[in-house]
Design a protein around this ligand. Sequence first.
Ligand code: ATP
Ligand code: MG
Length: 414
Amino acid sequence: MLLTHLSLTHFRNYAALELDLPSGMTLLQGENAQGKTNLLEAVYFLATSRSVHAQQEREVVDWGADAEPIPYSRVAGTIHAGMDVQRPLELEILLTPRGDGVNFKKQVRINGVNKRAMDLVGQLRAVLFLPEDIVLVTGSPGERRRYLDIALCQIDRTYCRTLSAYQKIVTQRNSLLKQLREEGAAPQASSTSARLDFWDEKLIGHGSAVIARRHNFITELCVVAARRQQELSDSREALLLQYAPSFNPGSMAERVYGRIKEGEFVAADEIAPTLEAVQVAALYQAHLRRRRERELAAGNTLYGPHRDDMRLFANERDLRAFGSRGQQRTAALALKLAEMQVMTKATGSAPVLLLDDVMSELDARRRATLLQALNHAEQVILTTTDWEDFTPEFRRQAQCFTVLRGSVTPVNNG
Ligand SMILES: Nc1ncnc2c1ncn2[C@@H]1O[C@H](COP(=O)(O)OP(=O)(O)OP(=O)(O)O)[C@@H](O)[C@H]1O
Ligand SMILES: [Mg+2]
């Protein structure tokens, strides 16, 4: 997978950029606030159709775009992907104002043909590491679910569709549960069943597929991430990822699930490596039946992948509570590098790796190991404020650019 050209118009602080990108390493150097992160964000936007930081899409539109008759923002790229690497694919996202003067409309085109945003995902696959990705370890369960979903959506189109259907069902089921609560519906009454069973069945169908996929992905990710953490920490840290679903989906004994719910460390061999959706579905259904009263009282869907978490342990201790900052950062990085590898295996081509200011906060050893690990990648774009963070050999190998106030210039740097 290669991104050979990036074209930006009014994207953040880039009024206009046309940039050819090589395979292998690209190193972008610039002082603070010049547009390094913005450039990586643009590539990631093209890969996922979502912006990284922005709460609203209009935030990525260049403030300077107001001078245009119609303010807009455009990100486009040429990629060479899949079996047919000779034939490039043109991807494009255009943001234009909606009539309300506040929000923007997102238009997606592939080779000039209008497509849904969902069709864009998975075309250019990218893995992005940002300094704030430490929240993967320290943040709320929602951050980890987001991480899993973005990774899985890029690998697996069916997952993406199933997840989106599941999320809609949760919303609808929630409003029904709320309504039933207000009516004081009896959990055992056949009239309650008549109205809930339909939504339960849909919830179980889609939810079980999401759970099984996440479980299997975490198992796979864990093996690779542990290896990366071991390398990065000079064998001092044994990393373990643990899926913590809202009910036992059948991958472990009930007593083991009890320990997971308590946040305790559970060795990987106490949990089945793979799960099938049908297996999950039977248990999901039984669980919902048993907990119907509780859900009716809450007026809310309490069980399912929207309540999942993933725990990270280093040497059997929860990294969120006990990890040092460097350990947490290393674990977040190990996760991203593992994601790259799992994605490569699943799709047959390596994603573009985007590493923002990755050297800061890593000690010399971890830096050296990281640069070694990058040899597996096909295309890497890294940013730094300081050339000295990278060895002269690395800089000679890489294509180097400086970023200054939204323009990018090649430099000779050995
Ligand atoms: N929508 C926008 N329009 C124009 N400029 C923007 C927009 N959003 C952000 N900026 C500006 O873009 C500039 C560059 O931001 P960016 O985060 O890319 O810097 P950076 O080079 O990564 O810096 P650092 O080294 O501090 O991380 C900032 O000054 C920011 O205020
Ligand atoms: Mg930055």
